[in-house]
Design a protein around this ligand. Structure first.
Ligand code: PDD
Length: 287
């Protein structure tokens, strides 16, 4: 398997990670997940912009230009032969020994890795929707940074898994924020409601795209905090992420939101999102 390792494309077996790498020691690093369809990246520019923005927020220098990262990503895409899959691009603050919480000086070079694996679109899941639970948002207060320290996210995801659900919808003091690995929105009386960007959620790239679709379709979007009560009483709920696209929520705790097909607003957004992908990456297979 070919991977990105700093400025090279190498075989995965050649990569060595130092036990004193700050990513390994402190979770001191950032990442992006970028999807490719038909050997074309979708929203690569937007993801790389967020990568640089996350780096800036933790005062980490990215020792590559955006064009260099694009070039590396595209080289990996062609060398792996992946058709439709997810690229995980990760940058840690590098190796600093002896261990010290302080940021190391500028001579320590951040370490870049990138892995790319074939992951087909799951049309069945997109049609059927997912089961979710509600739980407390136990994460820190800088959720806008796409960072590799994800313990809070994985703990709530595991809680969902233990209850046979796929995602955890999170709330802070009764206000719905997002999911463990996705944004969340509700539809009420034809209007979409979702939490505004800021420090409490990740500014999703998928959300950017579905908002654009909603605008084109004339579906109003309100970006204001909404309550757990509004969540439970929504007409439709959907999650969104690079890997899930626009995903209907079929069940929330014990409440079932639809039996066969998701609500009409969610389905319209799914179709419009698919059209955006096809415009960028070409026709998707019909299932
Ligand atoms: N997760 N919120 C959180 C906490 C996320 O982890 C993600 C993405 C999103 C949606 O962001 P985007 O639409 O840009 O993918 C929101 C990715 C897929 C992951 O970490 O695997």
């Amino acid at each position: 398997m070919k991977v990105i390792w700093n400025s090279e494309i190498v075989d995965r077996s050649e990569v060595t990670i130092d036990p004193e790498d700050r990513g390994y020691q402190f979770g001191d690093g950032i990442y992006e997940v970028i999807r490719a369809y038909n050997k074309e990246f979708f929203c690569l520019d937007e993801h790389l912009d967020r990568f640089f923005s996350s780096a800036e927020k933790i005062e980490m220098h990215v020792p590559y230009t955006k064009n260099e990262l694009k070039h590396l990503a595209n080289r990996l895409l062609s060398e792996t032969g992946v058709n439709t899959g997810n690229l995980y691009l990760q940058l840690t603050r590098g190796v600093a020994s002896p261990r010290n919480h302080m940021y190391p000086d500028a001579s320590v070079l951040p370490m870049l890795t990138g892995t790319f694996t074939e992951t087909e679109r799951d049309q069945q899941m997109l049609d059927k929707g997912i089961h979710t639970i509600v739980t407390e948002d136990i994460r820190w207060l800088k959720c806008d940074i796409k960072m590799i320290s994800l313990l809070g996210n994985i703990m709530v995801k595991h809680e969902a898994h233990k209850k046979n659900a796929y995602e955890a919808i999170l709330h802070r003091d009764g206000i719905v924020t997002e999911c463990s690995a996705a944004n969340v929105a509700i539809v009420k009386n034809g209007v979409i409601h979702t939490h505004p960007d800021g420090n409490l959620i990740l500014p999703g790239i998928t959300k950017l795209v579905w908002k654009r679709c909603a605008e084109r379709l004339g579906i109003p979007v309100v970006e204001e905090p909404f309550s757990l009560d509004e969540l439970y009483n929504a007409d439709e709920i959907f999650c969104s992420s690079t890997t899930m696209e626009v995903m209907p929520v079929k069940k929330l705790d014990n409440k079932v939101f639809f039996s066969e097909t998701a609500g009409s607003v969610t389905r319209k957004l799914q179709e419009a999102y698919k059209a955006e992908i096809e415009q960028c990456c070409g026709k998707l297979p019909v299932h």
